[in-house]
Design a protein around this ligand. Structure first.
Ligand SMILES: Nc1ncnc2c1ncn2[C@@H]1O[C@H](COP(=O)(O)OP(=O)(O)OP(=O)(O)O)[C@@H](O)[C@H]1O
Length: 266
């Protein structure tokens, strides 16, 4: 498993001819092993961009390249061996056990219909279950799990896929504070290139090397969190008044928000 460099050039998308452009031409590069957070208000185009990155939607213009190879020049199977995505939609494989669902991550590596599970496959599946603290649940059916447990199952399945680029759409949704911290810690420490959308700007600043700030399908910032998530840019993008404060004793930056002309809320 080795991380891939990601480069996005003039990438744009609209749902069809004559419809509004939901993502305007966007370009950025992300070095192998870096973590990119995509942030922006509801409807900004975060999910739209992610769908282009995992080759669900074909670009209107531009390219998505992994180590300089356009992902549309690869077979679907080759893409599945390099890119895994954990999406917001809840899975519906309720009758499968957790072990079986995580094993689905090995599908892109199987040959033929029978596609027996090799010993290495089982080792990888076990590692993924362990990383997400799911061993105790391996024989449970998905339908009996809480929302947060299901979310961890989906991350484990993605890891079993051994991707070089991992895409996460709001991975902390449904997770309590401890499991949020665990998933973020995992993200920080995985030897993969990661692109994740996140609503919580402070969490994003804490876990991401780079931030891409979107508003109405336009990139309004790309770079290190402290630069992109300035008071002015956040206030403008989210239509709030944002302030950057310093937390004691770490002196780390922390954004607080309030509605213009109202008392602060955190
Ligand atoms: N297939 C589609 N056809 C028409 N409009 C679409 C389509 N997909 C997305 N949109 C619209 O594009 C805009 C961007 O949607 P997207 O889901 O990318 O936003 P987002 O930043 O992920 O939002 P949220 O934070 O609410 O999840 C929204 O206004 C959405 O309604």
């Amino acid at each position: 498993m080795s991380a891939a460099a990601l480069s996005v050039r003039d990438l744009s998308w609209s749902p069809g001819r004559g419809t509004d452009t939901l993502l305007h031409p966007t370009s950025f590069t992300l070095g192998a092993g870096r973590v990119l957070g995509i942030v922006g208000p509801n409807g900004a185009g975060k999910t739209t961009l992610l769908r282009l990155l995992y080759r669900f939607n074909r670009p209107l213009t531009g390219q998505v390249c992994l180590d300089d190879t356009d992902i549309w020049g690869l077979s679907a199977r080759a893409v599945a061996q390099q890119i895994a995505a954990v999406l917001q939609e809840q899975p519906s494989d309720f009758a499968l056990t957790i072990g079986e669902i995580v094993a689905l991550g090995r599908t892109p590596y199987r040959r033929g219909f029978a596609g027996n599970t090799g010993s290495r496959d089982q080792e990888i599946i076990d590692q993924a279950l362990a990383r997400l603290d799911l061993h105790g649940l391996a024989n449970r059916h998905l339908g009996t799990l809480s929302g947060g447990e299901r979310q961890r199952v989906m991350v484990a399945r993605a890891l079993a896929q051994e991707p070089r680029l991992l895409i996460l759409d709001e991975p902390t949704n449904h997770l309590d504070i401890r499991h949020q911290l665990e998933v973020l810690d995992l993200i920080r420490n995985l030897p993969l290139t990661i692109v994740t959308s996140l609503h919580d700007l402070n969490l994003a600043a804490g876990v991401c090397d780079d931030i891409l700030l979107l508003r109405a399908g336009e990139t309004i910032g790309f770079g290190p969190p402290d630069q992109v998530l300035s008071e002015a840019a956040v206030s403008d993008a989210f239509q709030v008044t944002a302030r950057r404060e310093r937390l004691a004793p770490s002196n780390a930056g922390h954004l607080t928000f309030h509605l213009p002309n109202k008392e602060p809320h955190i």
